[in-house]
Write a protein that binds this ligand. Structure first.
Ligand code: HGY
Ligand code: MN
Ligand code: MN
Length: 422
């Protein structure tokens, strides 16, 4: 990999892990939930408080802070010349989130910059940290919305009109929390991008490996399914006369489980959200609204899964006498990261004495959007018992520290990555 030896003068440089850990814990004090996690859904007041804290830390480091039209926050340490090497992730959480998902990557990037500043290093390029809006997509779909707009994959106007699961309009919420910024999207083009993240799955722990050099992100297909039936009396309506959306929603859930079993391999299917109306004990529901999260590393198989699901919906609509409509919430094809970035992560991880393996990402990440515009990659550290999107999400200090040191040196190494067109 054509990398200069800029960082060779600083091979012994290490992050201040106590400071990084302190920041992780301080951010985790904003909207804590039982079990040690957080609830900071995108663009809520809780998200705002987290944003305000991160911006204050960026300013303490004299970063040039900009907020763009969909609320992405970019902090740049203006040293050297040219496009920056950027790292970052997200600080919004799912409703039952852990303290590391996204936050660890943002704070480790901030720590990497502060470490360089204190060591009086002068990288040949600026270093930047990005905090991308609404990575989770739980409140406003699609997921990775902020980084998607940042790279020009979604129009700002379209993003601002996205309506949340609670009915709020994204643009209104941005303005309400004071993060409707002036900076344009597409945003500042990085020279390269690298994201540090917890694995959120069981692979590294099961293989007793400390670091993942992430090769790709699997394809993601989210859709909302609305089933309209006929509300009726739970006591008087014979089973043969029912058009019951709750039953249809249950059959769809079972169908997805069986489809994943039939496909095997990387296929995963989730029904994470089911809303019934009127949602009362003694009423056969009128309506069921459910979400389907279907993923595979193989785009052909993902498309086949979508086709099979659509066929099943048609069949059960007929057999149960209900009306079924669908709405796409997210659709991203699998993304392959840049070989040079993967090589860099892997070689630095080994140089620093870590076990490392190449692996795909089961979760979506902002890096998959930055990969559309610049050489990008990711670093994973293990999740204990593979648990995430759960307050019990946990990663051991030694793994957190190792990941942050690999991020520090990967960012420095990427400052001398030759541009493809060079
Ligand atoms: O859904 C995901 O994969 C990520 O957590 N946004
Ligand atoms: Mn995440
Ligand atoms: Mn997440």
């Amino acid at each position: 990999m054509p990398l200069g030896n800029f960082r060779n003068n600083y091979l012994a440089l290490k992050v201040n892990f106590a400071r990084l850990n302190q920041r992780i814990n301080t951010l985790a004090e904003i909207s804590p939930i039982d079990g040690g996690g957080n609830c900071r859904l995108a663009l809520t007041d809780e998200d705002k408080y987290g944003r305000d804290l991160l911006v204050s830390w960026m300013r303490e480091l004299d970063l040039e802070v900009s907020v763009d039209t969909v609320g992405n926050i970019i902090g740049v340490w203006n040293v050297g010349n040219g496009a920056p090497v950027m790292s970052g992730s997200h600080i919004d959480t799912v409703r039952t989130g852990g303290r590391f998902d996204g936050c660890y990557g943002v704070l480790a990037a901030l720590e990497a910059i502060q470490t360089c500043q204190e060591a009086k290093i002068a990288p040949p390029r600026p270093l930047a940290v990005g905090i991308f809006t609404d990575e989770e997509g739980s409140r406003f779909a699609p997921d990775m919305l902020g980084s998607l707009v940042y790279v020009g994959g979604m129009a700002v106007e379209q993003a601002l009109d996205v309506v949340a699961i609670d009915g709020a309009r994204l643009g209104d919420e941005l303005a309400r929390i004071g993060y409707a910024g002036p900076a344009p999207c597409p945003g500042l083009l990085p020279h390269a991008f690298v994201e540090l993240h917890i694995e959120q799955g069981p692979m590294l722990e099961a293989n007793d490996i400390r670091i993942g050099a992430v090769t790709s992100v699997q394809g993601i297909s989210w859709q909302e399914v609305t089933v309209l039936g006929q509300s009726n009396h739970a006591g008087t309506t014979p089973m043969s006369l029912r058009h019951d959306p709750a039953y249809v929603a249950a059959e769809i859930t079972v169908f997805l489980r069986n489809l994943a079993r039939e496909f095997g391999g990387d296929q995963v299917c989730t029904v994470g959200k089911i809303d019934l109306h009127p949602n009362l004990t003694n009423v056969v529901p009128a309506k069921a609204t459910l979400t389907l999260d279907v993923r595979n590393t193989d785009e052909t198989l993902l498309k086949l899964a979508e086709t099979k699901i659509a066929e099943f919906l048609r069949q059960i609509a007929t057999s149960e006498g209900v009306k079924i409509s669908t709405r796409e919430l997210s659709r991203f094809e699998p993304v392959i990261f840049d070989d040079r970035v993967i090589d860099c992560v892997e070689s630095i991880a080994k140089q620093q004495g870590n076990t490392v393996q190449r692996m795909p990402s089961g979760a979506g990440h902002d890096a998959q959007m930055l990969a559309r515009v610049c050489p990008s990659g990711m670093i994973f550290v293990p999740s204990v018992k593979g648990i995430s999107h759960n307050p019990a999400e946990f990663t051991h200090d030694a793994d957190l520290e190792a990941g942050a040191n690999i991020l520090l040196h990967t960012m420095l190494a990427l400052t001398t990555l030759e541009s493809q067109d060079q």
